[in-house]
Design a protein around this ligand. Structure first.
Ligand code: ADP
Ligand code: MG
Ligand code: ZN
Length: 478
């Protein structure tokens, strides 16, 4: 029997607000432990939470981008459990009536685009952080993170492989970053994922028993954790055993998941409506206002780049990945000024991305202007400079800025396309290499490359190679 995986993801995205969700404490990362705390986020008795409107706005913004229904009335609920990092003994979250429901996100799969259904997205507060002393007997708690706003985005179990799961996470992170609702920082835990995974016989419509894998903080780990878990579950079923519903932890060092605790059910949390907060009413006018501020979303931009500039899907994807819209913006700026958008893309991929990856340039602080970029490509296109010179000048523009024509002229880099000047050198080369000329005429045609190289060398790289090639062929008799 063949088994297929079924995966649903729960993502916790930290919303980019200045202050926490129910108090005025700062959300700044990296402060002294317990520096950003007050009686509200420390859960002192008698205090009252006050909802941060900006957090609601960011949740609505995300919900709209995910094509969700925005609830006119949504309710906060207490999720009760005990853990040292949870000062109140409950987390304020949403249960029955979340802010956003029933949306979708399109991802790329091996068999084309796929719509992954979004079940819900709800607002909640983050917990603090337990810090365990290495080798020590004690643990410390830092409440700076307690009360930081999170949006939990829950997918339907629509993902069918570990690759689809990581594609979904990338697409979601790109979306959130382009909306500027979350900074997407995986290392700081600002974009975290729990993965629910089960397997079932191919063709079945009955979902298998799932495990929930926690603590996955990189795209690579998601794939590794899920691949491990798929194998483990299939192994159990093939041996006639059962998968037990439980929460498991991924250990990247071992590349394995291990059981953490049996899965808690909703009733274990004794959810009930938060009595200190009124139901949240979101007016249509507010939703419309938020909708009007939505930027072009990554998927829409991707499709437009393909159509408008004739790029391949995978090429356009490189320009919208990482959700740094400045890369796509810069591409479009150059493409508008240059003749051939495909060539612009080619230079982005080959030269600009390399420089950005190697830290030689930063997209937010480029010295290279779109004008200079386009002018350089034009010079190359017209044969005024050679490809190698163009690369050197590109490097200089990235490092220092300036005008490519001025750089080329000041350094005497202009390509010699004057037929007379090139012909003179061609004649000299033919005279200097009589043996090679004889062999060429005897049929060793690949010597043309050698002879062209000699012309280029004599002209210090500035000769027009196409012209040199053409003249050589003519003189050698084809
Ligand atoms: P809970 O309330 O226990 O968290 P949900 O119904 O909200 O459960 O589902 C949580 C996540 O688990 C969702 O992303 C959902 O798609 C996924 N999920 C539910 N059932 C399964 C299953 N049998 N296999 C894989 N994923 C599942
Ligand atoms: Mg859940
Ligand atoms: Zn506080």
């Amino acid at each position: 029997m063949k088994y297929v995986p079924v995966i649903g993801l729960e993502v916790h995205a930290q919303l980019q607000t200045k202050t926490k969700i129910f108090c005025g404490c700062s959300t700044e990362f990296g402060a002294e432990p317990n520096h950003h705390t007050c009686p509200v986020c420390l859960g002192h008795p008698g205090v009252l939470p006050v909802l941060n409107k900006r957090a609601v706005e960011l949740a609505v913004r995300t919900g709209l981008a995910l094509e969700c229904r925005i609830s006119e009335a949504s309710v906060f609920a207490r999720k009760n459990y005990f853990y040292p990092d949870l000062p109140k003994g409950y987390q304020i979250s949403q249960y029955e009536l979340p802010v956003c429901e029933d949306g979708q996100l399109t991802i790329d799969t091996e068999s084309g685009p796929k719509k992954v259904r979004i079940k819900r997205a709800h607002l909640e507060e983050d917990a603090g952080k337990n810090v365990h002393e290495t080798g020590g007997a004690s643990s410390l708690v830092d409440f700076n993170r307690a009360g930081v706003p999170l949006l939990e985005i829950v997918s339907e179990p629509d993902l069918a492989s570990s690759l689809e799961a990581s594609e979904y996470l990338k697409a979601l992170r790109d979306l959130l970053m382009s909306l500027e609702v979350c900074n997407g920082d995986l290392e700081k835990g600002n974009f975290r994922c729990d993965a629910n995974i089960s397997v079932m016989p191919e063709g079945s419509t009955v979902l298998g028993t799932r495990a929930e894998v926690k603590n996955i903080n990189s795209f690579r780990f998601v794939r590794q954790a899920l691949d491990y878990e798929i194998k483990r579950q299939i192994g159990l079923l093939e041996a006639g055993d059962k998968v037990v519903q439980e929460t498991r932890l991924y250990d990247p060092a071992e590349g394995k998941t291990r059981s953490m605790r049996s899965k808690e059910e909703a009733h274990d949390y004794r959810y009930f409506p938060e009595p200190d907060l009124l139901p949240l009413r979101i007016e249509r006018a507010f939703v419309d206002q938020v909708r009007a501020t939505l930027p072009e979303l990554p998927r829409a931009r991707l499709e437009r780049l393909v159509k408008q500039y004739g790029l391949a899907h995978d090429e356009a994807k490189l320009l919208v990945a990482e959700a740094d819209r400045r890369i796509g913006d810069f591409f479009e700026e150059v493409a508008h000024k240059a003749k051939d958008p495909k060539k612009v893309f080619h230079w982005f991929k080959g030269e600009l991305f390399r420089a950005l990856n190697e830290g030689q340039a930063e997209i937010g602080a480029l010295r290279l202007t779109a004008e200079a970029f386009a002018a350089l490509l034009e010079m190359l296109d017209k044969g005024e400079i050679s490809g190698n010179v163009a690369k050197d000048v590109f490097g200089e523009l990235l490092a220092k800025g300036g005008n490519p024509r001025e750089i080329v002229d000041a350094q005497g880099l202009r390509q010699v396309s004057d037929a007379g000047a090139v012909e003179k050198v061609v004649d000299e080369v033919l005279a200097a290499f009589p043996d090679e000329v004889a062999k060429y005429k005897g049929g060793k045609k690949q010597l043309l490359g050698f002879l062209t190289g000699q012309v280029m060398k004599a002209m210090k790289g500035k000769g027009n190679p196409a012209l040199a090639n053409e003249l050589l062929k003519k003189k050698l008799g084809g």
